[in-house]
Write a protein that binds this ligand. Sequence first.
Ligand code: HEC
Ligand code: HEC
Ligand code: HEC
Ligand code: HEC
Ligand code: HEC
Length: 216
Amino acid sequence: MAQVFQPRSNAIVRIVFIGGACLAVAVLVMAVAFSGSPYVTGAESVPQQPVPFSHQHHVGGLGIDCRYCHTSVDRSSFAGIPDTQTCMTCHSQLWTNADILAPVRESFTEDRPLAWKRVYDLPDYVYFNHQSHVNNGVGCESCHGRLDRMPLTQKKSSLSMKWCLDCHRNPSPELRPSGAITAMGFEDLSPEESGQLVAHYGIKTDRLIECMTCHR
Ligand code: HEC
Ligand code: HEC
Ligand code: HEC
Ligand code: HEC
Ligand code: HEC
């Protein structure tokens, strides 16, 4: 049987292979650098919403607690997004003719929920639970930032695995007393106070970095 590859073409094949391998490595390096960039992780991004809802006005200005609207945050995995009824408890009397609120009134009279776009969204293969965090001393601010200063809701963390693990390895500096979970602009505690909270909540970090905690 005739040889398919002559010695000369062998050398060419080798060069093509080595070149290909180098290119593959370069592509991989670029892909990794790219996947960590804010462009891909969506950190800082602001999606276009059906109504320009302002946490700055409702939380910072009016002082409404997060749990008034995100009612299930300390009772389930999901924080929950308020229904139109919740908005209408005030807006059936306040700003009743404002154009900016027309989609809210339509949603109410037509009994059709507002289509809010997700700001924070983990892949389906990651398990997350709000209740486990907010009932164990982790405040909203640690993960979602200063909502009281946001005219439009902005993503403030990458939600990368590294981001979760950085805190899971040592959550103590992020802990707060249970009365301050929804507070904004919370001042850091001293290491002694933080240490007392670790004991108070009974937090054990070894379990928190096991794969099964977040991938089940
Ligand atoms: C008056 C009702 C109201 C209050 C009070 C409120 N929110 Fe919201 N929140 C909303 C609405 C409506 C949305 C959906 C629109 C948006 O993303 O801005 C939302 C969205 C969010 C999101 C993004 C959800 C997503 O799509 O991933 C976060 C995070 C959030 N709120 C946190 C908070 C925190 C923390 C507080 C308290 C400091 C708070 N909210 C208080 C109504 C409220
Ligand atoms: C507890 C009462 C209350 C609730 C509940 C409430 N609002 Fe408001 N909202 C107000 C007040 C008061 C203003 C006027 C704010 C100002 O001028 O500072 C306002 C203003 C607004 C504005 C005008 C722009 C701005 O932010 O000033 C929009 C849009 C709005 N609200 C949307 C909503 C939506 C959507 C919901 C439901 C998720 C909601 N509000 C729930 C009291 C409320
Ligand atoms: C440890 C970090 C962390 C803390 C603390 C935290 N959140 Fe979240 N939040 C997330 C992540 C991650 C998501 C996306 C969840 C997903 O995609 O499954 C999210 C999603 C949300 C959403 C969108 C709806 C939902 O349930 O997925 C709202 C609203 C919200 N958070 C509000 C709050 C409020 C209010 C608090 C404080 C009472 C809070 N969060 C505390 C990390 C956190
Ligand atoms: C700012 C700190 C912080 C961040 C960020 C954080 N966590 Fe946590 N997480 C904690 C603490 C504290 C606990 C409670 C530990 C306990 O119950 O002993 C916890 C508990 C959990 C639990 C429940 C564990 C169990 O078995 O009871 C899950 C699941 C979890 N985290 C997933 C995540 C994921 C996924 C992310 C990233 C998207 C994340 N966490 C980001 C601090 C954090
Ligand atoms: C504290 C929560 C947490 C723990 C513990 C954790 N992961 Fe993840 N993991 C995540 C999150 C969040 C993502 C999604 C990352 C993203 O979307 O960028 C992820 C993504 C992944 C992916 C998808 C590929 C990638 O990197 O995007 C793999 C594979 C993975 N994890 C494996 C593991 C293994 C193996 C362990 C145990 C050694 C582990 N994870 C422990 C939160 C966790």
